[in-house]
Write a protein that binds this ligand. Structure first.
Ligand code: ATP
Ligand code: MG
Length: 287
């Protein structure tokens, strides 16, 4: 479904993603973990051509169902965005236009790609909002994004991302603004999407718990590189890379600075991939 080969991205001349390769199969859920600034959002936004003015892919390919996304013109990408590939942004407010009601944005999102009535588009929005545990979806459709709390806005953004049944959903910290109970309900809704429609999900999160619950495969990023990749069990139970091990151990402890618990040296981020099993590899094999 999605294949990223040797991707390099820079902001002006500063590299943010280095030689990153990964694949997401049909119906798979892939979780990407890693510390702040490791390039997770950059990698995710590059897939649908949203790196902003400063960001540029300097090498590598991004293939979606065999088509090279990074070579597409804006008009071609616009056809794919929302319909085939949807993105849930790290700041949920960025998914919405502040001066348009949420309901109108559901209508626009659907009607850009499909010939349906406004009523049908709104019905779809309402149904998704209900699934995402909104008590009063009608009120949400009539609201502007700034009238919602951060958590509500995040759930509404997830609904908006899902409204055209994309085949691939890119989700940047989709549950970070939600309280714990809503987090697990939202994770369930994302997993239902996969069950019912075979949607593939590439998700970035700090939350190892969300990864443990949802993901089939896990990648760990550190300083712009993917340093370990494997099936969820391989990463959570048999991590080999020192950074991954530290990340999994690092349940924040009172009185201890977080960074102290994540030691990692350059040698183990600059090497070549080494296979641990047919589905599991780490960086670190020589230079
Ligand atoms: N628009 C931008 N212009 C310049 N540099 C940027 C821009 N966006 C991100 N960067 C830089 O690229 C690097 C990777 O940032 P990115 O946002 O991808 O990290 P992240 O892993 O998503 O972090 P977080 O977990 O905090 O969201 C950082 O050094 C960041 O400062
Ligand atoms: Mg980010």
């Amino acid at each position: 479904m999605l294949k990223i080969n040797h991707l390099n991205i820079s902001y002006q001349n500063t590299p943010a993603v280095k030689d990153l390769s990964l694949a997401v199969g049909a119906g798979q859920i892939v979780g990407i973990a890693g510390e702040s600034g490791s390039g997770k959002s950059t990698m995710l936004r590059s897939i649908i051509g949203l790196l902003g003015r400063e960001g540029r892919i300097t090498a590598g390919d991004i293939l979606f169902e065999g088509r090279q996304l990074q070579r597409m013109k804006d008009r071609e990408l616009e056809k794919i965005r929302g319909k085939d590939i949807a993105m849930i942004f790290q700041q949920p407010e960025s998914s919405f236009d502040p001066v348009t009601t949420i309901g109108k944005q559901f209508c626009e999102a659907v009607r850009v790609h499909e010939k349906v009535s406004k009523k049908e588009a709104l019905d779809r929005g309402r149904e998704l909002l209900e699934k995402l545990h909104f008590q009063d979806p009608e009120r949400i459709l009539d609201s502007y994004a700034f009238e919602l709390s951060g958590g509500m806005c995040q759930r509404a953004a997830i609904a908006l991302g899902m409204v055209c049944n994309p085949r691939l959903l890119l989700a940047d910290e989709p549950t970070s603004a939600l309280d714990v109970t809503v987090q697990s309900q939202t994770a369930d809704v994302l997993m239902e999407l996969r069950e019912n429609f075979g949607t593939s999900i590439l998700m970035v999160t700090h939350n190892i718990g969300v990864i443990a619950y949802m993901a089939d495969y896990v990648g760990v990023m550190y300083k712009g590189r993917l340093v370990e990749w494997g099936k969820k069990e391989e990463i959570l139970l048999e991590a080999v890379h020192p950074y991954t091990k530290a990340l999994i151990r690092a349940v924040p402890k009172f009185g201890e600075p977080y960074e102290k618990q994540i030691p990692c040296t350059e040698e183990i981020t600059e090497g070549k991939p080494v296979a641990v099993s047919p589905t599991h590899w780490i960086l670190g094999g020589g230079r």
